[in-house]
Design a protein around this ligand. Structure first.
Ligand SMILES: [Zn+2]
Length: 284
């Protein structure tokens, strides 16, 4: 089970790994906490559709299309997008949005999904959200609290039998080491790197490379990941930076999607190359 904040996050963080596990016959469910209704339209080609039907409706369809590409099950938690607050001082969060609700009020839906789907492995963001969007941080908090509550027979007894998740991972696909490696490969080949600005301002963000415990060889599924991204038409410009680095470069320079093992109830040896390490052995 992969828990994400907004529709499109599942396609930019760990999508190739999900496609790989689907190809192996693993059941995969993506859970999206909010509808993404406070996002910007980042692709002019989608503007007319948004004006006609509204961003929430359009993004629901986009999410369904991406889930079909990745061949995963999908569920919404149904919370309202908090928006990315900008300005100095930052504006207050909108009333009733996901990040403005107390965590006790955001876990129930996810507890029910965990008990029904019964995932051995859950992925989410680290405590910093991966990047400082309030919905990403709240996604982390909600996921961690829901995993704990789902295993506790005294919590939400009406939501089904308790279920203990065995491993929890944080997405760590956007490390400085990876971005830098792709950047240098582009420059080496006399191509225009899309990462100049990111790297110039990287000092303002933590470099999470030291957190990576687990690298999933997912290069054969980068193409599927890109098709899932393109399904999020309001968010992804097919001519934009997501696709500026040719796939063969990505496969050669950084052929893995990287994760941080945050919790494990099974024995495993680090570094890993499989989210189910220690679990497959048990099962067999
Ligand atoms: Zn997001």
């Amino acid at each position: 089970m992969a828990v994400h904040a907004h529709p499109d996050d599942e396609s930019s963080k760990g999508a190739a790994s999900m496609a790989k596990y689907r190809a192996e016959g693993v059941d995969v469910m993506v859970v999206t906490c909010t509808g993404g209704e406070r996002g910007d339209v980042l692709n002019a080609a989608a503007q007319a559709d948004v004006e006609e039907r509204g961003l929430l409706a359009v993004r629901r369809d986009e999410m369904a299309a991406a889930a079909a590409v990745l061949d995963v099950q999908h569920a919404w938690l149904g919370f309202e997008d908090s928006g990315f607050p900008e300005g100095d001082p930052l504006p207050p969060l909108p009333d009733g949005c996901f990040a403005a609700l107390p965590v006790e009020e955001t876990i129930e839906g996810l507890v029910g999904l965990i008990r029904a789907f019964r995932p051995q492995v859950v992925t989410t963001y680290d405590e910093n959200g991966g990047y400082p969007h309030p919905d990403h941080i709240r996604t982390h908090e909600t996921t961690m609290a829901a995993i704990e509550a789902a295993a506790d027979p005294d919590r939400f007894p009406d939501l089904g039998e308790p279920w203990q998740v065995l491993k929890v991972y944080y997405n760590q696909q956007f490390t400085k080491a990876r971005v830098e490696a792709l950047h240098l490969a582009m420059i080496d080949a006399d191509l225009d790197s899309p990462y100049h600005d990111w790297l110039k301002h990287w000092d303002e963000r933590p470099d999470d490379a030291y957190r990576v415990t687990t690298r999933i060889p997912a290069a054969d599924w980068f193409e599927v990941r890109d098709r899932a991204l393109i399904a999020h038409r309001t968010q992804i410009d097919p001519e934009g930076m997501w696709f500026a680095v040719p796939l063969d470069f990505q496969r050669r320079v950084w052929p893995t999607e990287d994760f941080q093992l945050a919790r494990s109830l099974v024995e495993t040896a680090l570094p890993e190359d499989d989210l189910f390490a220690g679990i497959r052995e048990d099962a067999s």
